[in-house]
Design a protein around this ligand. Structure first.
Ligand SMILES: Cc1cc2nc3c(=O)[nH]c(=O)nc-3n(C[C@H](O)[C@H](O)[C@H](O)COP(=O)(O)OP(=O)(O)OC[C@H]3O[C@@H](n4cnc5c(N)ncnc54)[C@H](O)[C@@H]3O)c2cc1C
Length: 534
């Protein structure tokens, strides 16, 4: 008999799916002080390594949530590039693709290699520490929504009991096959299935053929396979990735034998002892949902955008989704934003997902148009401008219409772009402009931005002011003052000494004025109101 609980519990946000995207969304909601319950059908976080590359943007977001150092420690310092060889025993490995982290001078952190099964427990631990509730072994079974909320039916993973939970918003982080997306009938667009592959974890003594050489992955031509170095130097694991051709025996025994055979071909060592720990078959797809929102339900991560692993952007895009949405839900719940703000999630994130999928496809053909730094840090939100333009007229030169990226090495400071990293000093402590964001809206001004600082008092909106002064420059500002260590603040944000930049809680520029202007308080108030959907 199936046990049914009649009492219905209420949570502000229910997250379905406890892998990288769901856990990150829970973390960012918890950072914003929003109570949430995450349900995951599996008994624990991921056990099989999938994502390894954590982009500089994800690292920045994890830094804002207090786990940058933990991720850095758990991860692997590199190297980050791929090499090609006929077999692992070859004299020379030929580098291919990007081998450098081009984000180190434009980010306070930089990208990192950290396997998904090592990363997820760190995200989970911090989310729980900040108050998120996470329930493993709990399955989402269905939902009904009305104008006031969503009622979700949940059950134990073994099907022995079920109950309902009422929530204001539901986040579907339930992966490529997303039962929530299917239940809502949200269609997807894109090329669809690209291929089937196997990812196998094994042990073998590869040192005699590798001879101390390290790469993030070796493309081994004779085996038609990829060898990935997983884990870190203290706990190294090997992973073999190979295409799943017609006729391959998919049973555990069949996959084990195929893996052993290919590792021996790759190592050019027919007698090599190979112990296979696990083998997972997976499908590579490129599909983006036609809408990331349906009523009070939001698609997050792979449920919204499936993409091949080329470039290592899939999981990272899911991390960014949750970050984009968390502050908006917090603001709506706090009554400082209109419900309309939640529409901007789809308007902002869907074009970025479409763009990122195109980049992963281009990388399969080795014909990518954009640098890895641009995909990581240069994505922007042109739609953000629509609400601001015409209302304040302060900055017409925002992100080009239709353009989803800009080169992060040449930041423009335009509304819709990521607020650039500038090194700061505050009372002897080194930090980044990025460390100033995350709470409410922040107005950055230069030493002579007095008019804007005064304007905040008359703006009738919650804005924190931060003043950035050049080395040796002085200001009468009462507010928190930071020293622009390298003297690049004004040029990075492209404002004059009397200008100001309004930055959203997610670190994206919402509004900018390069000079002082009349009616500053009114203009600032108008800008904030338009940025929160009012
Ligand atoms: C070989 C490989 C290498 C990759 N490398 C990278 C990389 O380097 N960088 C990168 O960014 N990405 C990479 N990716 C992609 C990355 O792994 C995925 O994008 C990421 O796992 C997506 O996370 P997610 O949480 O959105 O979805 P998933 O990881 O699919 O998680 C969805 C979760 O929802 C749960 N769920 C589903 N249905 C229910 C239900 N009814 N009730 C409760 N729970 C449910 C599932 O159990 C699952 O845990 C790689 C992928 C592969 C396969």
């Amino acid at each position: 008999m199936r046990e049914q609980h009649a009492t219905e519990r209420h949570v502000p946000v229910l997250i379905v799916g406890g892998s990288l995207s769901g856990l990150s969304a829970a973390l960012f909601l918890a950072v914003q002080g929003v109570e949430c319950l995450l349900v995951e059908q599996r008994p624990s976080t991921s056990v099989h390594p999938r994502a390894r590359l954590v982009t500089a943007r994800s690292m920045e977001l994890f830094r804002s949530a207090g786990i940058e150092e933990a991720v850095r420690k758990a991860g692997d310092p590199g190297p980050i590039g791929f090499v090609v060889a006929d077999t692992l025993a070859d004299e020379h490995y030929v580098p291919t693709g990007d081998h450098h982290d081009e984000t180190l001078d434009i980010s306070p952190t930089g990208m990192r290699l950290c396997d998904q099964q090592q990363l997820e427990p760190l995200v989970l631990g911090r989310a729980r520490e900040l108050g998120a509730q996470v329930s493993f072994g709990t399955r989402f079974e269905g939902l009904v929504q009305d104008p006031d909320g969503v009622t979700a039916t949940l059950g134990t993973a073994d099907g022995s009991a079920s109950w309902t939970v009422r929530c204001d918003y539901l986040l579907a982080a339930d992966g490529i096959r997303s039962p929530v997306r299917e239940a809502l009938g949200i269609s997807r667009h894109g090329p669809g299935l690209l291929g089937r592959s196997v990812s196998a974890i094994f042990d073998a003594d590869l040192e005699p053929v590798l001879r101390g050489r390290r790469a993030m992955a070796v493309i081994v031509r004779k085996a038609g396979a990829f060898l990935f170095a997983r884990g870190n130097s203290e706990a190294r694991m090997w992973q073999l990735g190979f295409p799943l051709h017609e006729g391959i025996d998919l049973s555990p025994e069949g996959l084990r034998e195929r893996t052993q055979e290919l590792v021996r071909v790759a190592a050019d060592a027919p007698e090599l002892e190979v112990t296979v720990h696990s083998a997972m078959a997976w499908e590579s797809e490129a599909l983006v949902a036609d809408s990331f929102r349906s009523g009070r339900v939001f698609l997050v991560g792979d449920s919204a955008h499936a993409m091949p692993p080329t470039g290592g952007f899939g999981g990272n895009t899911g991390v960014q989704d949750g970050h984009n949405l968390a502050w908006k839900i917090a603001a709506v719940r706090a009554g400082t934003a209109d419900e309309a703000l939640l529409d901007t999630y789809d308007a902002e994130r869907r074009p970025v997902a479409d763009f990122t999928v195109q980049e992963t496809l281009a990388r399969i053909g080795q014909s990518s148009a954009q640098s890895r730094a641009t995909v990581q840090l240069g994505y922007c939100y042109p739609s953000l401008l629509a609400g601001v333009r015409g209302k304040d007229g302060a900055d017409e030169a925002a992100v080009e219409e239709g353009s989803v990226t800009e080169n992060p090495h040449e930041p423009t400071g335009r509304p819709g772009t990521r607020a650039p990293h500038v090194a700061l000093d505050h009372e002897g402590r080194r930090l980044s402009t990025l460390d100033l964001f995350g709470g409410g809206f922040v107005l950055l001004t230069g030493a002579r931005g007095q008019a804007w600082r005064s304007a905040v008092d008359g703006a009738e909106c919650e804005v924190e002011v931060r003043t950035v002064v050049g080395p040796g420059e002085h200001t009468a500002a009462q507010e928190l003052v930071y020293t622009d260590v390298d003297g690049t603040f004004l040029s990075s944000y492209r404002i004059g000494p009397h200008g100001a930049v309004l930055v959203r809680p997610d670190g994206f520029i919402g509004w900018r004025t390069s000079q002082e202007c009349s009616g500053a308080g009114e203009r600032l108030g108008e800008a904030v109101r338009s940025l929160v959907g009012r």
